[in-house]
Design a protein around this ligand. Structure first.
Ligand code: ZN
Length: 296
């Protein structure tokens, strides 16, 4: 009878709470990229973007995360950051972030610069890593409260509102990381660390030190990557210097790292498509972050 009741409870929860701890899984992560791509391009304010946000919230709830949204309007466009919290009260907050919007115009694309970016790597890959982490993390091993934050409106930098709204629209260029800036400005709890994952799904994976990131956090993450045998993909040398969703947190004195593979020839083109993505690449990033959080 007791067994029966526990089984019923597990069915009702549909959750990782009943499952044994599990490792980050490449196929599950890849399926999250695929699901987002099936919606089409997902620029801020579009119906496909709204649907992507709803998909993310549903996945977070299925992983037993406590969900919240952070909503506001920027230059006439509705913005929605999405949050899932696990292990509440466990310790200092660790914020894991990824942007879920895709760039409204493929302005690096020589043949089709006004088309939207499909965003397989630039958008969907980071989201996929966070969603699979939400499922795979073993709450019993965590020493920190963990927030999964899906930032909106990261990728409209230097575009104008006419890329997002019908005319008449404002021709003033947009900044980058509008969602992350709003979230960082309204924090009531200061995270002990912020880890952003962006453009990490490329099959040809090369993740260098991003030069604005916190050096000690980088050292910890790259040391775990080396121990897991990923030293060919996590290259412990500085290369790019990025403005990304870590920037608003760094500006406020919060330790933050941007895990980003900027050696991606399809960046901001119409060729940023599912065929460029490898589940193994998503899994490497996921397992590094999982080991870092679980203390393995
Ligand atoms: Zn981008």
């Amino acid at each position: 009878m007791r067994t029966f009741r526990v089984a019923m409870l597990c069915l009702a929860l549909i959750s990782s709470a009943c499952a044994p701890s599990s490792r980050f899984d490449a196929a599950r992560a890849f399926a999250h990229v695929s699901a987002q791509m099936n919606l089409g391009a997902r620029p801020t304010g579009s119906a496909a973007h709204r649907a992507a946000g709803d998909y993310i919230l549903a996945q977070l709830r299925a992983a037993n995360a406590q969900t919240e949204t952070d909503e506001f309007v920027f230059r006439g466009v509705p913005i929605r950051n999405l949050v899932g919290k696990i292990a509440k009260g466990r310790g200092a907050v660790i914020l894991l972030g990824a942007h879920y919007d895709t760039r409204a115009r493929a302005d690096q694309d020589k043949s089709n610069p006004n088309a939207p970016v499909p965003g397989a790597n630039d958008g969907a890959s980071g989201v996929a890593v966070l969603l699979e982490l939400a499922r795979a993390l073993d709450a019993a091993k965590l020493r920190n409260e963990v927030w999964f934050v899906f930032f909106d409106a990261e990728d409209n930098g230097a575009l104008d509102s006419c890329a997002l709204l019908p005319p008449p629209c404002d021709a003033t260029p947009w900044p980058w990381s509008v969602g992350a800036e709003h979230f960082a400005a309204h924090l009531r709890v200061t995270p002990a660390a912020v880890v952003i994952v962006d453009m990490i799904g490329d099959a040809e994976q090369n993740i260098y030190f991003e030069q604005n990131s916190d050096a000690e956090l980088q050292r910890q993450l790259w040391a775990i990557a080396a121990r897991l045998g990923y030293d060919k993909q996590f290259i412990a040398e500085p290369k790019w210097s990025m403005e990304d969703d870590h920037t608003p947190f760094l500006r406020r004195g919060i330790r933050a790292v941007d895990l980003i593979d900027f050696d991606y020839p399809y960046w901001h083109t119409t060729q940023d498509t599912l065929d460029k993505i490898s589940g193994a690449s998503l899994e490497r990033v996921g397992r590094v972050v999982q080991a870092w959080l679980e203390g393995d």
